[in-house]
Design a protein around this ligand. Structure first.
Ligand code: H79
Length: 585
């Protein structure tokens, strides 16, 4: 077993994740017995919640990123694997682990005051150490540490008192402590060798059973399904059935879709239409505490991520990494509470909303909605002229969520509404404008781009549809397609052509030294042009580069795509615009 696991590559992990993403929508094990209404009922609280606290807390908080005096690279909860720490040495951290400052009510309070509605904590991570009082063996915080308490149990009691739903993360397949447990990259200590099947039967499945029986979590969060077959996932599913209200994710293994998609550290450009989904993300660059990682995302980034996710129909599971004393780092608490302050004013635009009605996010911000209401989350406050929204509905009322008694003026055209805004934004990060509308929101078919009178076709990043998982529009006026780190992502425009013919194609982009050389294909219908990204001064140094000449055969709607064929560095390019000029002009 060890060799088999050892040979598993990242590619296999990714393939497993991809398989999970492609799997059918129904809850596999009981789709026959669960109706849509039952499912909607079961998922109800989760869909309303939008914002949850992920907690990675375990023995790894003791070394906190440093082993034998050396800082170990990578994510903190992986230190045992990345540092190839022998099982017996790592287990010794338990003797020192005494988080006397841990206070379950305080953590639940922080989650509550941050506007979070659920919590998911690591009951066991890949290191195999349990943060609950398992009876399977003594490798847990109750039996093996001077602390002699059960934080998972304490939190399961504290959370409901703050109206927080409580869930647990459980690493079902990877376990670097128990013999036979899975290990990415293979075992590094003979003590880890053993029978994987025996590990599942005697450790993993019994512990899942214990958690369901004793803690009864609202969410069970599996991870890294190394070695999970159909038979094996089937055994877990039999256990999960005993808790019909349970929500579990798509990482059990073998393509079991579970209830939720779980993009990690990314916000998918289009969300997952028709699927429940949740982006999990670190506040800094680690899940488990590392003493020297203070690379905290700004409140602006965290809040705009939340809004971005909710505008696409997802939840944000934002991680904190408490210390060995049992303290959530103050830098994390400060930022969460700032998000909570915003939610106190603007929560109506987040909780219980659904994805905005527009396919493409507007350059000024994001949109969420409830029946009869549109919430405009304005990131980039317009200097003048207000905001124009392409809807055909009658607006009965418009106001800022921070000042609901003061009506804002609106004007209506055939298929758009303009709302007049005050000169300055009430909130520098995101100001919410509410439009109360009659009937279902009627989005005016976004007017397609059209060819200029001189025959030129301009395709701006802000007008592009981004297809994929990481690439997205960054900045505004004019903005660019950035974060293009996945070469499978591509961009697309539709344009109404009135004067067909041959066109000279110019791209306006930036690319930092070291990332040049990616190949891409620009296509219009079945005509293609190939190009190679040149390096410019840096990611913000835009240059116009001529790609070649392409023919558009006939008038009408044309689709223009730019698809990378590979990626040589960090990202493909920062693409700002494409210009098609009639050849010979
Ligand atoms: O619990 C958190 C991570 O520990 C876990 N999922 C989130 C929620 C996770 N486990 N594996 N992965 C995420 C992805 C695999 C990352 C890897 Fe690596 C890249 C394994 C080997 C290379 C990071 C870098 C870990 C070791 C080196």
């Amino acid at each position: 077993m060890q060799n088999r696991l050892g040979r598993l590559t990242r590619g296999v992990l990714l393939a497993l994740a991809a398989a999970a993403a492609l799997a059918p929508v129904a809850r596999a094990e009981d789709s026959a017995v669960e109706t849509k209404e039952q499912r909607d009922g079961r998922m109800g609280w989760w869909r309303q919640a939008k914002f949850g606290m992920f907690i990675h807390w375990g023995l790894y908080a003791v070394p906190a990123g440093t082993y034998n005096g050396k800082q170990i690279g990578g994510i903190g909860e992986w230190i045992m694997n990345n540092g190839k720490i022998p099982v017996a040495d790592y287990a010794k951290y338990a003797e020192k682990f005494n988080p006397t400052r841990f206070n379950a009510d305080q953590w639940a309070q922080i989650a509550h005051d941050s506007g979070m509605k659920y919590m998911v904590i690591t009951a066991k991570h890949h290191d195999g150490f349990c943060m609950f009082h398992t009876k399977v063996d003594g490798y847990n915080i109750f039996d093996a540490t001077p602390f002699k308490r059960d934080p998972v149990q304490e939190l399961s009691v504290a959370c409901p008192r703050q109206d927080i739903k409580f869930g647990v993360y459980y690493s079902q397949a990877q376990d670097w402590h128990h013999p036979g447990g899975g290990a990415y990259g293979g075992h590094w200590d003979k003590a880890q060798d053993g029978d994987y099947e025996k590990y599942l039967q005697e450790v993993s499945i019994p512990q899942v059973r214990e958690l369901l029986a004793n803690i009864n979590p609202a969410v069970l969060w599996f991870d890294t399904a190394i070695g999970m077959s159909k038979e094996r996932t089937g055994e877990f599913l039999d256990v999960l059935k005993t808790r019909p209200a349970l929500i579990y994710n798509n990482r059990l293994g073998n393509g079991v879709p579970g209830d939720t998609e779980t993009p990690e550290q990314t916000i998918p450009a289009q969300g997952f239409p028709g699927r429940d989904w949740e982006t999990c993300m670190t506040i800094n660059d680690t899940w488990g505490y590392k003493s020297y990682d203070t690379n905290f995302k700004s409140t602006e980034t965290l809040l705009r991520n939340l809004i971005d996710i909710v505008s696409k129909g997802g939840n944000y599971l934002l991680n904190v990494g408490p210390t060995e004393e049992g303290i959530i780092p103050q830098g994390e608490v400060d930022r969460l509470l700032a998000v909570g302050q915003w939610l106190k004013v603007n929560g109506d635009a987040i909780y219980g909303t659904s994805a905005g009605p527009f396919k493409k996010a507007p350059a000024w911000g994001r949109v969420t909605q409830k029946p009869g209401k549109l919430f405009l989350h304005v990131f980039n406050w317009p200097a003048s002229g207000g905001l124009t929204i392409p809807i055909a509905n009658k607006v009965t009322k418009a106001y800022l969520l921070s000042a609901p008694d003061k009506a804002l003026e609106t004007t209506t055209k055939d298929d758009s509404v303009t709302v007049v805004l005050p000169g300055t934004a009430p909130d520098p990060i995101a100001s919410v404008v509410v439009l109360e509308v009659e009937g279902e929101v009627q989005t005016a078919a976004a007017a397609p781009l059209s060819q200029g009178a001189d025959g030129t076709i301009g395709l701006a990043a802000a007008d592009a549809e981004v297809v994929g998982s990481t690439a997205k529009l960054e900045g505004a006026d004019p903005g660019n397609i950035g974060f293009w780190t996945d070469p499978n992502d591509y961009v697309k425009w539709s344009v109404k052509v009135s004067q067909p013919g041959d066109f000279t194609v110019n791209l306006l982009y930036a690319c930092e030294p070291g990332s040049g050389g990616s190949d891409y294909t620009l296509a219009i219908g079945d005509k293609t042009l190939k190009g190679k990204v040149d390096e410019t001064g840096n990611w913000a140094d835009y240059k116009t580069v001529k790609v070649g000449t392409i023919n558009i055969e006939k008038a009408g709607l044309a689709t223009v795509t730019v698809k990378p064929n590979n990626k040589t560095g960090v990202g493909v390019m920062n693409l700002r615009a494409i210009t098609l000029t009639p050849a010979g002009k």
